[in-house]
Write a protein that binds this ligand. Structure first.
Ligand code: ADP
Ligand code: MG
Length: 153
């Protein structure tokens, strides 16, 4: 199973993909979300985080770089690296600790951390297409290949 491509017609479908990824990942793994401003990265993150059971809002961590969530036994981390000036800053942020326990890390703008971030389980690209979004899921790990196989069904 290599990359798969989906068309999401509206926000509800983006959130539904998030719900599906929540179930498949079960709150573990490293996800990269790439796409222009307004592509829907935070919307998809919201679908995942709320899909794992978070009841409150999911706001964009643009200024804080990272927003933590605790959901039951799960620790989730939502990063937005848009404002990261240098990938080296991730070392000061303690990125290795965030990634160490296989907690779910969702990273918007991963290209800002290139060279410091490891290869993800799953890379997600989002593009505006007509009134909706085109999404390309590229799995790197064995488990992410299984997630993609499930999404493709
Ligand atoms: P980003 O985090 O990539 O900057 P946001 O998720 O904050 O983007 O905003 C994306 C915008 O696109 C929101 O207004 C959302 O309602 C809308 N959106 C999300 N998914 C879709 C979709 N599949 N089709 C159309 N609009 C969408
Ligand atoms: Mg965002």
């Amino acid at each position: 199973m290599s990359e798969i491509e989906l068309f999401l017609a509206d926000e509800a479908q983006t959130l539904a993909l998030g719900t599906q990824l929540a179930r498949l990942t079960a709150g573990h793994g490293l996800l990269f979300l790439q796409g222009d401003l307004g592509a829907g990265k935070t919307t998809l993150s919201r679908g995942i985080i709320q899909g794992l059971g978070h009841q409150g809002a999911v706001k964009s961590p643009t200024f804080t770089l990272v927003e933590p969530y605790v959901v039951g036994d799960l620790q989730l981390w939502h990063f937005d690296l848009y404002r990261l000036a240098d990938p080296e800053e991730l070392e000061f942020l303690g990125i290795r600790d965030y990634l160490a326990d296989d907690d779910l890390c969702i990273i918007e703008w991963p290209q800002k951390g290139q060279g410091v971030l490891p290869e993800p389980d799953l890379h997600i690209s989002i593009y505006t297409h007509q009134q909706g979004r085109r999404v390309v899921l590229t799995p790197y790990s064995t488990r992410a290949k299984n997630w993609c196989a499930a999404v493709a069904q």
